[in-house]
Every structure is written in C-alpha cells, then in structure tokens.
Design a protein around this ligand. Structure first.
Ligand SMILES: CC(C)(COP(=O)(O)OP(=O)(O)OC[C@H]1O[C@@H](n2cnc3c(N)ncnc32)[C@H](O)[C@@H]1OP(=O)(O)O)[C@@H](O)C(=O)NCCC(=O)NCCS
Length: 180
C-alpha cells in the first residue's frame, strides 16, 4: 500500500472513498464537506492524503487549517474526515494515514492537531481529550460526547500552556459537522 498526497485527478476516487466509508446516510454530507473544504480559501493550507493499493484508492484523510482564538500565531490543523473503504477496514490503513499526516504536518511546522471523532480510536494515535486541556470546539459538544473532541501536540510545550476556542475553516464551520 502506498500513501501519497492527493492531486486533482484523484478527486472522484477520493470522494468515492468517502461515499463508501460513510454510507448512504452520512456519505452525501461528508462528500459535500470534502468538496467544500478543498476549494475553501480559509481551509488552507490543506493536507489531503490518499492510500492506494494496486492503483485503487482505498483511503483518504484531510487536514485543514485551524486557528486558536487569541493564539492565532500557533500553526494548527483539524483532521476531518478520515475514511477507509469498508472492504479495507481493520487492516491499519486508517492508522497509516493518520501517522503519515501527522508526520507531514509536523514537518510543515504545525504544532496542534484537533479532531472530533471516536474516543476509542484516536487515542491510540496520540490524541487526548481537548476540553480538559482548555480547548473549546467551534460548536459546543454535548457533555456525553465531550471526550470525542481531541487534540495532539506535534512539538512539546503547547499543551497546558495555551488554551482557547478553536476556529475552523468556513466549510467546516456548520453545526451539523459538530454533533458527534
Ligand atoms: C474509522 C476508520 C477510518 C478506521 O480505519 P481502519 O483502516 O479500519 O482503521 P485501522 O485498521 O487503522 O484500525 C482498526 C481499529 O479501529 C477500530 N475502529 C474502527 N472504527 C471504529 C470506530 N468507529 N470506533 C472505535 N473504533 C473503531 C477497529 O475496531 C479496529 O480496532 P482493533 O485494532 O482493536 O481491531 C474506518 O473504519 C472508516 O472509514 N469508518 C467509516 C468512516 C468513519 O467513521 N470515519 C471516522 C470519522 S471520525
């Protein structure tokens, strides 16, 4: 399996991955989100990676720009969404996309990465509950899902020393994307 940055001609294939991974109910909304983020100037810089197996795109991960209110000089990103086609799930593809994404973001100088996702899945890749560390999500998350809002630092010295409300790209800044 190969992981590489997505380029223009990959668009239809990566949208198909989103559609298949998220299914008929959530899929159309996620496809719309990805399409919106890819052309949203407030989402830049973006990092869009695909996983390929025998020339078939089987996974996609997207990171877009985040800002921390009153700490806007700190480079930050949000992971959303991550998708692996159903027949390739459970084989580590998602994990490899996360790790490679974090490696490239770190190289690019990003210091903090946020996400709203499954609290049983992302901690194994280093994510921690962000609310407890003083980071407020763009939209309020119900208390019972508070641990789905997570953060990871890519360099030492940020967690515990800064906090604030996290602001996301316009295309992601819709309440429907913030109800875990
Ligand atoms: C979530 C997803 C990206 C994981 O990709 P993957 O390639 O299957 O993940 P990996 O192989 O790296 O890891 C598999 C592990 O994740 C766990 N996992 C998968 N989906 C999970 C979920 N929704 N909640 C908790 N754990 C989950 C599996 O149980 C498995 O655990 P194990 O290693 O203990 O057996 C993939 O299942 C997917 O695309 N799901 C549909 C879309 C989605 O929910 N995206 C995430 C949005 S936050």
């Amino acid at each position: 399996m190969k992981i590489r940055k997505a380029i223009g001609p990959d668009l239809n294939n990566l949208l198909e991955v989103e559609r298949l991974a998220f299914g008929n109910v959530e899929g159309p909304q996620i496809v719309e989100l990805v399409q919106g983020l890819l052309i949203d100037p407030t989402a830049a810089p973006i990092l869009s990676l695909i996983a390929e197996h025998h020339d078939r795109v089987i996974g996609h991960i997207l990171f877009t720009k985040a800002r921390i209110a009153l700490n806007e000089q700190i480079p930050a990103a949000i992971l959303a969404p991550l998708a692996v086609v159903p027949d390739a799930q459970g084989q580590g593809v998602g994990g490899q996309l996360i790790r490679e994404g974090l490696r490239l973001l770190s190289e690019a100088g990003v210091k903090l990465v946020f996400l709203l996702g499954h609290p049983d899945y992302y901690p194994r890749y280093g994510f921690k509950t962000a609310g407890l560390l003083g980071f407020e999500p763009p939209y309020r998350i119900p208390d019972e899902h508070a641990n789905a809002w997570m953060v990871q630092e890519l360099g030492p010295g940020f967690l515990g020393s800064i906090n604030g409300k996290v602001l996301c790209a316009d295309a992601l800044n819709q309440p429907e994307y913030w109800c875990e």
